[in-house]
Design a protein around this ligand. Structure first.
Ligand SMILES: [Zn+2]
Length: 248
């Protein structure tokens, strides 16, 4: 970023909105919702169009596991039992990631903060523009998460509801066998949901008091959810994610 542009985009100040100016606004979002609410998909759609860095704690964990880091064994054990990874580990991982400062136009944070202390600290350190909350009922969580499959060979994600393979249990791309993730079993889902409802959801109240939360109904299609989020955030809606409007 040039110095002139950098001067217009304060690191910690409010988003710079200059009408008619080419300078792109900075967006800092947190996305929240239970497993299976579709926040990964929504974050990716926002990331694409607004040049955000998608910081997903789950993806960072998976990277550690695939790379067999020191942290991996601990993470693996907790996740398989359906538990959350220790708060201090998560906080460290997120701080390290944000400190890389590769987010010129902002970020969308997924999977953090998870406790009140983290949330308070985070709000002091980063000026968050909005918290996007995707609301889903427990029945939908079970239905969606139990339908998730992954190719054991190439790692591609499938979903027996929305993204069915052409041949049952076989990867469309490499022909590998589709498997469920270890942590996508009913007991682990139940444990994660209870952790989420008891520890994470109360943080929403804190964000609500600061008038940061926009809420959307996660039972809708991905395109409808994305359009709703953008409307509420007053972001341009006119992209591929928006269902085409029929005139007349
Ligand atoms: Zn495959």
């Amino acid at each position: 970023m040039s110095h002139a542009v950098a001067a217009l985009i304060p690191d910690d100040g409010p988003p710079t909105i200059l009408a008619g100016c080419l300078v792109r606004a900075m967006h800092k979002f947190i996305i929240m919702g239970a497993q299976g609410c579709g926040k990964g998909t929504q974050a990716k759609l926002l990331k694409q169009d607004f040049d955000l860095v998608h910081i997903s704690v789950g993806d960072i964990f998976r990277w550690h596991i695939q790379s067999h880091t020191k942290l991996a064994a601990r993470i693996k054990r907790l996740i398989a039992a359906g538990h959350m990874v220790d708060d201090d580990v998560v906080a460290d991982i997120v701080q390290q990631r944000l400190a890389e400062h590769d987010w010129n136009y902002g970020f969308i944070l997924d999977g953090f903060p998870r406790t009140r202390t983290q949330a308070e600290f985070f709000l002091e350190s980063y000026d968050i523009d909005a918290v996007i909350f995707i609301d889903v009922a427990d029945e939908i969580v079970f239905e969606r998460v139990l339908a998730r499959r992954m190719c054991g060979q190439c790692g591609l994600d499938f979903n027996l509801i929305h993204h069915r393979p052409a041949e049952p249990d076989k990867c469309d791309v490499c022909g590998g066998t589709l498997v469920a993730r270890d942590d996508d079993n009913p007991d682990a889902i139940r444990a994660r949901l209870s952790d989420y409802r008891n520890k994470t959801e109360p943080i929403l109240e804190l964000f609500r008091r600061k008038e940061l939360v926009i809420q959307t109904d996660g039972s809708q299609s991905a395109a409808v959810i994305q359009a709703d989020i953008r409307r509420q955030l007053k972001l341009p809606v006119d992209t591929a994610a928006e269902p085409k409007q029929v005139e007349g």
